[in-house]
Design a protein around this ligand. Sequence first.
Ligand code: OOG
Ligand code: MG
Length: 256
Amino acid sequence: MTKHILDLSQHVDLAAKNAEAIEQLSLEHSISLKDAYDIQARSIDLRLERGEKLLGYKLGFTSKAKMEQMGVHELIWGRLTDSMFVENEGNISLSKFIHPRAEPEIAFLIAKDIKEPISFENALEYIEGISCAIEIIDSRYKNFKFSLEDVIADNCSSSAYVLGKWHDPQTNVSDLKMSLNINGEEIQAGNSNAILGHPIESLVEASKVFNSYGVSLKKGMVLLAGAATPAVFLKKGDQVKVECESLGDSTLVVNE
Ligand code: OOG
Ligand code: MG
């Protein structure tokens, strides 16, 4: 890895650590897709070296709603660590974020190591549980603006996630209404099939993409499938609730 990649990894890591917005890397540097994933990998290594644990992965831009909101039209993926995990019904402190947004997601708990691309037909074998989740994204870039390479280098804006109660893998996840409610008001609503046509496709897609990058979903890890609706900015005092019909819900409160 070049010094350039290492420097940029430290730069995005510090921005996340200090919750301080930075300029988009792409404004000053020419970074390829491979560079962007290398920067992400190294910046997460820095977190792991500080004692954080890798708990899973997330996909981004798996729905049209998200692609259109952010102007990026390619599927992206990032890493989840234990410092991002928030208990259901827990809270986050606004001071630890730059400009957090919430989005409704579905999460999968992995039942056994996925070592090669899987198919839609055998995907259920790899799922231990499914839950209705909240993802909090917090781009480290000023004004929440980025290119494809920028957002990948910034670990796909990952900053926090809440998992609802785990449901049986047989639970239907197709055609569920998914809503994002703030302070009791429905702010966004979409359908679970907005996620790649069917949320299970996100696990299938992840298995293919991860195979090509040499990373793997292991037993006990979590995969966030990507948001079904645009994300919504949060402010102090917000009570956030995501509802996914038969998959239940998950909630969090935004503290100072
Ligand atoms: C990038 C992350 C996208 C999703 O669910 O589509 C994402 C962003 O919008 O900042 O997490
Ligand atoms: Mg997301």
